[in-house]
Design a protein around this ligand. Structure first.
Ligand SMILES: C[S@@+](CC[C@H](N)C(=O)[O-])C[C@H]1O[C@@H](n2cnc3c(N)ncnc32)[C@H](O)[C@@H]1O
Length: 244
């Protein structure tokens, strides 16, 4: 289950970071943080957010996520309290509802009220708590959760460090973060323009996670096909050390 984290070839090519900066969505760097956040909230509140579910199914993103949870690559069965950050339309939350213990506390968190409403009505469940807010200012006490899932959200932060620090703060020592992010690959650049976000170089994201106190324990790919072609984005499990 636990694999050694080896450097992917993309981690060893800092020149890719320069190319990426030239071709990914430029607005994320040009707008002031609050302006950019408002733009993103507006994007997800509107028709693009409504289309997100269909896009997740058609891109196989949601079923592939299900496979990861089913095969226990993302094992949440022993977690007591899980925070799903950037829940969107509940693409991860739906799997958490199926895989987590019936007594596990589930909290769905998102910048967009509309997305939370969509998640609630799509999942037909009042079991999770639904909380709106910004990832860089989580309204939870320190060490509130023993697991956090954060899928395809961190790319909406111009600088990942404030968000990662918040994730580390609300995670209990020994707690796990399941982090999914858009990579600086060709498909990633398409995602960057479609969803007005940035992409990450693996090396850069790993260093930012380590700096925030969330060292990576494992890296995953959806399927051997994704692993071979380095597709599907960055899928990692990070663990907050027991002793800082
Ligand atoms: C691409 S969706 C991801 C949905 C789902 N987690 C998944 O895996 O498919 C990104 C979500 O992150 C939310 N989001 C973007 N920036 C955020 C921020 N700063 N704080 C909290 N949520 C944010 C958006 O509103 C949107 O619902």
């Amino acid at each position: 289950m636990i694999r050694n984290v080896r450097s992917a070839p993309s981690e060893r090519r800092p020149s890719r970071q320069k190319i990426r900066r030239l071709v990914e969505f430029p607005g994320i760097k040009r707008l002031a943080p609050q302006q950019y956040r408002n733009r993103i909230r507006h994007l997800y509140d509107g028709p693009a957010g409504a289309m997100l579910v269909m896009a997740s199914v058609m891109s196989l993103h949601e079923p592939l996520l299900g496979r990861m949870f089913r095969r226990r690559k993302f094992d949440v069965s022993s977690c007591r309290s899980i925070l799903d950050v950037g829940s969107g339309a509940g693409q991860i939350l739906g799997h958490l509802l199926k895989r987590a213990h019936a007594d596990t506390r589930l909290v769905a968190f998102d910048l967009s009220h509309h997305m939370l409403r969509r998640a609630r009505s799509r999942l037909h469940s009042d079991r999770p708590g639904f909380v709106a807010g910004d990832l860089t200012q989580l309204p939870f006490a320190d060490s509130s959760f023993d697991c956090i899932t954060c899928g395809w959200v961190i790319e909406h932060l111009p600088d990942p460090r404030p968000g990662l620090r918040e994730l580390a703060r609300v995670l209990q020592p020994g707690g796990r973060l399941i982090l999914l992010a858009t990579e600086d690959t060709l498909p990633g650049l398409v995602v960057s323009h479609t969803w007005k976000c940035r992409t990450y170089n693996r090396c850069e994201l790993r260093a930012a996670c380590e700096e925030a106190g969330l060292p990576w324990r494992s890296q995953f790919w959806f399927t051997p096909f994704h692993r071979f072609f380095k597709m599907g984005g960055i899928l990692v499990e990070a663990v907050k050390p027991l002793h800082a």
